[in-house]
Ligand binder design. Structure first.
Ligand code: UDP
Ligand code: MG
Length: 320
């Protein structure tokens, strides 16, 4: 087999502060891999500009003009990390034999790419980057992130523990991924569904090299909820269980209530009644909300709106 063509896909949203360093390090990494004879000289670093408002795209263009190792695609507007990543993966699917996806902020240790490529050469189709320590995170981030994986597991979504979107996918895995037509794509949950031979590579996740996190808590919570309702319908089953339980409890309480009612003469206590009313209405509203979330998903899926548009492509293959 010829040496495999490796694409490193990096979604970027307003990353002008960190991009110069990222480009430098990735190009050194790719050069080292090529020199070591592990990957083909046609390998590329593919930056996906997710509708940035800063100089991100200009930088990508500069790198591309200076070095053909850099390619770029620019989305028509900001579509969010998952869509930007998908746009990159689907662009790389045809030219590449294997694709590594990583964030632009250098939080993922790029040296783990070597391990991923080795596993790929040994025959793996999916190699997950798994973080070994969370020392650099604040307690809060660590707590919420670990809660996230626990919640996902509880809710019946299969996710790889401590794995974000740093992974290698072979051409075959990418082709399988492209078969998933859902608009609401949650890559972390979909990739394990693909199957094929997979392995993990451990790495230490550092702090953001520069710039600010684009994932504040509000977005993270939305992401977690979205993940659960994208992957599993267990919450709806939970509602069914809760409903049945409340109903049974209510029925069981009727005889006692009747007895008390007969025995009391005029003295009434509404506080218990009232708190029960609030509790049950709250439960009903929450349940309706959860079901509403699924209905909203069904609505979006039936519309099947396009996930992204590519406005511009910088590609050195075509020039040849
Ligand atoms: N990102 C993106 N589109 C967005 C938000 C983020 O492409 O709308 C990219 C961002 O440039 C980075 C990656 O997604 O490469 C992860 O974002 P960030 O580092 O801000 O998230 P965190 O590491 O804090 O979870
Ligand atoms: Mg980050």
């Amino acid at each position: 087999m010829d040496k495999p063509v490796l694409y490193i896909v990096v979604p970027c949203y307003n990353e002008e502060e960190v991009l110069p360093e990222t480009a430098k390090r990735l190009s050194a990494k790719l050069a080292a891999l090529t020199d070591a004879g592990k990957v083909s000289a046609d390998s590329r670093i593919l930056f996906v500009d997710d509708g940035s408002r800063d100089r991100t795209w200009e930088l990508i263009r500069e790198y591309h003009e200076a070095d053909e190792r850099f390619s770029g695609v620019k989305l028509s507007r900001n579509r969010g990390h998952q869509n930007a990543l998908l746009a990159g993966l689907m662009t790389a699917k045809d030219p590449a034999d294997a694709v590594v996806s990583m964030d632009a902020d250098l939080q993922d240790d790029i040296n783990a790419v070597d391990g991923m490529v080795d596993k790929f050469l040994e025959g793996c189709d999916v190699v997950y980057g798994v973080r070994s320590a969370r020392d650099t995170d604040t307690f809060f981030k660590r707590f919420t992130a670990e809660g996230f994986y626990k919640l996902m597991e509880l809710m019946g979504a299969e996710v790889v523990f401590n794995h974000a979107d740093y992974r290698l996918l072979s051409k075959r895995a990418l082709e399988a991924l492209s078969e998933y037509k859902e608009v609401n794509l949650f890559l972390r949950g979909i990739v394990p569904m693909i199957g094929f031979q997979s392995d993990t590579v451990e790495y230490e996740r550092g702090e953001r090299f520069a710039g600010e996190s684009k994932y504040p808590l509000k977005k993270m919570l939305a992401f977690a909820l979205d993940g659960v309702t994208s992957l599993s319908d267990r919450p709806i089953q939970g509602i069914l269980g809760l409903g049945a339980l409340t109903f049974a409890g209510g029925l069981a309480a009727i005889p006692a209530g009747l007895k008390k009612y007969r025995g009391s003469e005029g003295e009434e206590d509404f506080s218990l009644l009232l708190s029960n009313l609030w509790a049950v209405s709250g439960l009903v509203l929450t349940s309706v909300g959860i079901i509403g979330d699924y209905v909203g998903k069904v609505y979006l899926e039936t519309k099947a709106r396009p996930r992204y548009f590519i406005a511009e492509t910088l590609n050195s293959e075509k020039k040849k």
